[in-house]
Each structure stands twice: as C-alpha cells, then as structure tokens.
Design a protein around this ligand. Structure first.
Ligand code: HEM
Length: 510
C-alpha cells in the first residue's frame, strides 16, 4: 500500500484542486494502469444524462450502462435540498451518479443509509480491492479520488484489521476526550487560548467594528493548532507543519509539495514516538497497540490531520453559519445557552461529511429500486438522508431539542471515534466567538454564500461577516490548573507579537 502523500490523500478528499494529476499509476499489485480508452471511459459512466437509457426498473442494466446524474452541480453545492429532492423523486432512495467521471450509487434514503452503515449482514466492504472496476484496472489513473480510496488508513479497512486500528484510536483518544483527564483539560485550555488569540488578531486591525472572513481567519486556523498539540512535543508549535497543513487545505499551486513535506514530517513524528513515547496521541495509540508499525501510525495521523484540520474546522464554520442564518434553530439554541444543541442542529443541517467515502458491495444486494452488483461503489449520504421525509417527520420543528438520530457521525462498525474531541473544540470555538463579539452578521445574503465543490465535504470556501466587538476586555482564557494537573505552560499574553496564532496568520498572509 502506498504511504507517500497520505496526508494529501486524505485532504484531497475535501479539496480536489490539490490532487496531483498523474497519468500513470501503479495499482495495488504494482502494475501500471493505463489511461482508459474512450470505450472504457464510457463503460465507467461517461453517459449523457439526457440519454434514453433506463432509470430504475427491476432487471435494469448494470451501473456502468445506466444514465448517471453528475453529483457535482450547482444545485448540489448551493441548494442541496433541491438536488436531493429531484433525485428522490426520480430514483427513490438510491440513485446512480457520476462522481468526477466514475459511476457510483448515491444512497439518499435515511433507513437505507442507516442500514448500510450498520451493515448487520456483512454486505459492505471498505477495502478498495472490493471494487470491481479497480481490480480490473478500469478506474482512470487520474481520478481525483484515487488517493483517498487508496490511502489504506482505518477508514478503508474491514474486519479484524479495522477492529485493531479502532481499538488503538479509542484508547489513544481517551486522554483527550475524557474531560476528567489532565490531557483533556490542558487541550481545552489551549483551544480557548488559540480562539482568543485569533479573535484578538482579527479585531485588531479594524477597531471595534469591522469585516472578517471567519473561515480563513478563525474556523480553519484554530484546529490546525490543535493538530500540533495532539502530535505532541516538536510538532506542537511547529510553524512549518501547521503552515504546510494550511497549504494543503488551501489547495494552492504549492499544495502537492506541501503535502509531501507534511507526510515526511508526520512520518518523522511517528518514528520518533516509536523510539521515545511521549504524552501525545501517536504515543497513546502505540501504547494501546504496540504492534502498530510506524507506517500504519503515519497513515492514521495523516487521517487525523484531515479530521481535525478540515472536518472539525468545517463543523466550526458550519455552526457559526447556521447561527448567523438563524433558520434551523441553531441561533435559538445558542441564545438559550445550549451550545451543544446549536452544534447538533448545525451538524444535522449541514453534515461536514455530506457523503461518506466509498463502500463496495461484497454481494449482489437490492437497495431501493436498484440491484447493486457485487463490486459496485456506493456513497452513503448523511446530508441527503437528513432531508428524507422519513427522517424529517420524526422531529417537531418547534422542539427545543433536535434529533440525535442524525448520521453526521456515521453509525455502526465505522462510526466516528473522535466525536467528543471535535465537539469540544467546536463548542469552545463557538462560545469564545459569540462571547467576544456583541454583533456578528453575514456580509452576504445566505443564498450567496460560496459553498465548496466537493463530492464528500459540505463547507464554505469563505464566511464573510461584519462584526462589532463586545465592550470590555476578554475573560481570562483559562482558569488556573489544580495542583494535580500538569504544570500549565506559560500562556503568552494575547498581544504577544510572536504567539502561535499570530505566526500562523502571518504565514497565511491573513
Ligand atoms: C466534525 C468533525 C468530525 C466529523 C463530522 C466526523 C465524522 C465521522 C464519520 C461520519 C465517520 C464514519 C465514516 C464512515 O462510516 O464512512 C467517522 C469515522 C471516524 N472518525 Fe470522525 N469525524 C469528525 C472528527 C473526527 C476527529 C477529530 C477524529 C479523531 C481525531 C475522528 C476519528 C474518526 C475515526 C477514527 C473514525 C473511524 C474510521 C473507521 O473505522 O472507518 N473523527 N467520523
């Protein structure tokens, strides 16, 4: 399994522009796959949507021969409810779609999505070699999602392999997710401090009122600093690592080199932890699963950088957005002091992982109106499932509490293990922001917000706002540590010209 550029591999799922386009690529057996011919491309689904091919009946042609709807389109980005409703009306709970040139089944029904995630019958594989077209060398070598599905991290493992890695994750994350633990308390203090520093810097140039992009200046840099902390000594405060993460996420022209450097750095950190463990996530994972190799650990940490840096940053941004738009109850929840409820509403309305990176059928199986053949790729869509009337009619619109039955954190054997960490970081980020500003308003009409174009992620490219700072100094960022906690690192004052937040923002040229 290839390990190079695995950091980019994960982030590439969220930011396609940074994908290295390769014309030749080795397959998992080390053979070079060729660029598909036009016939192969048509077999892969380059079929005009308006063709007369059948849409949905028993005995229908195979996926490769069906008319497919392009997944990425204007409605999918800016009016997803309209897009999913159209698909539902035309196809029912599962629809054949084109994902950047490759045909796949998009599962949009709530009960079908839940059923696939739970996988009680053992039908679904996460291993890329379960993909028929991939085994046959028919996936275009430059398909932008190839690095994601080939990344070999725990998201793309099955059975005992997956169980072993998930056990390492659970144990490794425990010190950071169990709020009674020293590491969790220290992390919360750090997040609070990063948040306050970012807000101070953001407000500094304009006085009490001004304009900001809360995605670039707040929601995205904040979790990047958390990554450094999770990786531990050496990575914590490593400006270059953080800025390379930003370059990869920002998907600019230097993204591929940044991704390579980042992979090398993460690999270096993991190798160092094998030799000399510390009080950090890779070391705790190693303690839980001593047979983890440095390569495996590197792949998992690469995945972590995407989950914290991009996905958690997206949740922060989406929550702020929902509060500012005020249509899904997130604002009312926040006003009532229920931040986690606001986050839950935002997560259900716009799941950061709108669609979950592929699963493949191990056997022929009927879903909705279609027969999914063994080896077919399937994307389950929490975003679409949350709009399914079967789900929406279960929650009263005026209820104080929103449904906890949403699927934004997955479900079943691959359900998210970092939910508490992501929720804690988001809670602190949202809390500090709305405490420090007395007024925050969208600087664009809600229907003009620029959503990213991604087959997997639902997040904004930028979140322009106007703001007014609350009167008075911010509360102290952290309470003093009780005696039994690790000695507090000396927090630099917020106007410290060389704080991590300032260095990061300077390097981002923000
Ligand atoms: C807002 C942030 C996050 C969201 C919305 C989220 C969501 C998800 C979802 C939907 C899955 C299931 C994927 C699937 O079934 O295909 C998942 C799996 C997972 N997540 Fe998260 N996640 C977030 C943050 C994190 C963080 C911060 C970590 C750890 C640092 C983490 C660790 C994991 C792990 C280890 C898995 C299991 C992979 C597997 O067994 O297949 N997640 N997450």
């Amino acid at each position: 399994m290839r390990t190079s550029s695995s950091v980019g591999a994960l982030l590439a799922s969220h930011t396609q522009r940074n994908v290295a386009i390769r014309t030749r690529r080795e397959d998992h057996l080390g053979r070079f796959r060729h660029k598909p011919t036009s016939r192969e491309r048509s077999l892969l689904g380059f079929v005009p949507v308006d063709s007369q091919k059948p849409r949905a009946e028993p005995g229908h042609p195979p996926l490769e021969a069906l008319a497919v709807q392009p997944l990425l389109n204007r409605d999918y980005e800016s009016r997803p409810a309209v897009f999913y409703e159209r698909l539902r009306a035309e196809y029912g709970p599962v629809a054949p779609v084109d994902v950047l040139g490759v045909p796949a089944w998009l599962v949009i029904g709530y009960s079908q999505t839940l059923d696939i995630l739970r996988d009680t019958r053992g039908i679904w594989s996460r291993r890329v070699d379960a993909w028929r077209a991939y085994r046959e060398g028919a996936v275009p070598a430059d398909w932008p999602m190839l690095p994601v599905v080939e990344s070999g991290n725990s998201g793309f493992r099955d059975g005992a392999d997956s169980t072993r890695l998930r056990a390492a994750w659970s144990e490794g994350l425990r010190p950071f997710q169990d709020r009674s633990r020293t590491e969790a308390k220290a992390l919360e203090r750090a997040v609070r401090q990063y948040a306050d520093e970012l807000i101070t810097v953001l407000a500094e140039s304009s006085g009490r009122t001004g304009w900001a992009d809360l995605s670039a200046q707040y929601a995205r840099p904040l979790p990047l600093m958390v990554i450094g902390r999770l990786l531990g000594d050496g990575a914590d405060g490593d400006d270059e690592l953080i800025i390379d993460l930003w370059r990869v996420m920002d998907a600019g022209p230097d993204a591929q080199e940044a991704s390579d450097r980042l992979t090398a750095r993460v690999a270096g950190v993991c190798a160092a932890r094998v030799d000399k463990p510390g009080a950090d996530l890779p070391s705790y994972m190693l303690a839980a699963a001593p047979d983890l190799t440095a390569d495996e650990l590197t792949r998992e940490m690469a995945m972590m950088t995407g989950l914290v840096g991009d996905v958690t940053g997206t949740l922060i941004c989406n929550t702020i957005t929902e509060v500012l738009i005020g249509e899904t109850g997130a604002r009312d929840s926040l006003s009532a002091g229920m931040i986690q409820e606001a986050i839950n509403r935002a997560t259900a309305a716009n799941p950061p992982m709108a669609n979950l990176a592929f699963r493949w059928a191990k056997a022929d199986v009927r879903v909705g109106r279609f027969q999914i053949a063994a080896g077919d790729p399937v994307l389950v869509s929490p975003a679409a499932a949350h709009l399914d009337p079967a789900f929406t009619r279960t929650s009263a619109p005026d209820s104080i509490y929103s449904s906890r039955a949403h699927l934004a954190w997955g479900a079943g054997p691959h359900a998210c293990l970092g939910r508490d960490l992501a929720t804690t970081v988001t809670t602190i980020a949202v809390e500090r922001l709305f405490e420090r500003f007395s007024a925050l308003r969208l600087a664009l009409p809600a229907d003009q917000l620029p959503w990213r174009s991604s087959p997997l992620m639902r997040g904004l490219r930028s979140l322009p706002v106007t703001f007014e700072l609350a009167a008075g100094p911010p509360e102290p960022p952290a309470r003093p540590a009780p005696a039994d906690e690790e000695p507090e690192r000396e927090a630099p004052p917020e106007d410290e010209p060389n704080s991590l937040a300032r260095r990061v923002l300077r390097m981002m040229r923000l």
